[in-house]
Design a protein around this ligand. Structure first.
Ligand code: ADP
Length: 345
């Protein structure tokens, strides 16, 4: 049974359609990521699911019951924002206890829950501090602890890691995933960061201008994007695209390698590259270049792992190749994928 569902959910503001007829069924225990660029409608969708925003049309169902138009309490979601929204004058313990006290839970029960949540997030030694005496990572944990004590139907997390530095983000990501698995609470997580989305999600919903373009596992969204938007939004550096009259061809930088790498593999598509620049990233090298005639002079990128010793040089020409099986084809006009692999289950 899906615990959270939206049906043709739409939100219009004057001239903007922020969310445009989204059908989404989040499964019980699932970690679902809403991924899209800024302005694609992620936050508006999340706020409607929480009951903080009234839809223009469509419905929200929680545990199979219609909650459209009902107050946030009826939706029973715990939301964690980017800003954490902690009460500055309250201690960590009181911040975590706040939603329980608001429900008049018995004091000894509140204490048990606060201690449990604080241990879960490794902040039990910080309970007497005020938010200003905490690091960004610690504040984020307090906000998460405050969310879990309420036993919500689902967690709604809106870019909760975006205030952390890169290293902390990676460890916070891992921790968040472990805790979600342990608690089993259905989670909807908003991000514009595709790396985070692929790393965290059981499934990823890709949004563009209020519409959902694809809803699938991270592996399938990456390997079988349904259209040009998903193909280029996910992956860094992005998928290379070479235009044609009717069909556009796409290939990911890691599949586009010096031809020598493939040995006598016969199923190759070859491209001669005028190499303009090399960027050494340690584990990989990024080779930037322009396709040589007769191809149009399209900019493309190859990502060569450091285990490959072939070393193309800037200012030279080199033949690169892609296995045909790794090529993507898109309708040049609509951008829709023409790959048949999409029909597979
Ligand atoms: P995201 O979270 O993906 O960045 P949002 O849901 O915040 O996107 O916004 C989607 C679109 O709706 C944007 O074009 C935004 O400007 C617009 N929008 C969001 N909230 C409001 C509002 N309260 N009034 C008018 N327009 C809004």
């Amino acid at each position: 049974m899906a615990t959270v569902e939206t049906r043709s959910l739409t939100k219009r503001y004057d001239s903007t359609t922020a969310v445009d007829g989204i059908n989404l069924a989040v499964r019980e225990h699932e970690f679902l990521v809403l991924l899209g660029p800024s302005g694609s409608g992620k936050t508006t969708l999340l706020r409607m699911i929480a009951g903080l925003e009234t839809p223009t049309s469509g419905d929200v169902l929680v545990g199979g019951h219609f909650v459209t138009g009902l107050p946030p309490r009826a939706h029973n979601m715990a939301m964690v924002f980017q800003s954490y929204a902690l009460y500055p004058h309250l201690t960590v313990a009181d911040n975590i206890a706040f939603p329980l006290q608001a429900r008049h839970m018995a004091r000894d029960m509140v204490a048990i829950k606060v201690n449990w949540a604080a241990k879960l997030f490794g902040i039990d030694h910080l309970l007497t501090r005020k938010p200003r005496q905490l690091s960004g990572g610690e504040r984020q944990r307090v906000a998460l602890a405050r969310a879990v004590v309420r036993d919500p139907v689902a967690f709604l997390l809106d870019e909760p890691l975006s205030n952390l530095d890169a290293k902390l983000r990676a460890s916070a990501r891992e921790e968040l995933q472990q805790i979600q698995r342990r608690l089993g609470t259905t989670t909807i997580y908003v991000t514009h960061d595709q790396v985070e989305a692929l790393a965290l999600g059981d499934r990823v919903a890709v949004l563009d201008r209020g519409s959902m373009r694809q809803l699938d596992t991270p592996q399938r969204v990456y390997a079988h994007p349904v259209d040009r938007f998903v193909a280029t939004f996910i992956g860094s550096p992005p998928m290379n695209l070479v235009g044609g009259d009717h069909v556009e061809t796409g290939f990911r930088p890691e599949h586009f390698l010096p031809v020598e790498v493939f040995g006598d593999d016969a199923s190759l598509e070859r491209f001669t590259l005028n190499i303009t620049r090399i960027e050494n990233l340690g584990a990989d090298r990024l080779v930037y270049g322009l396709l040589a005639p007769p191809q149009p002079p399209v900019k493309v990128i190859s990502r060569i792992p450091c285990t490959v010793s072939v070393a193309p040089q800037p200012g030279t020409q080199h033949v690169f190749a892609v296995r045909r099986a790794d090529l993507h084809r898109f309708d040049a006009r609509s951008g829709a994928s023409l790959d048949t692999a999409l029909d597979a289950p």
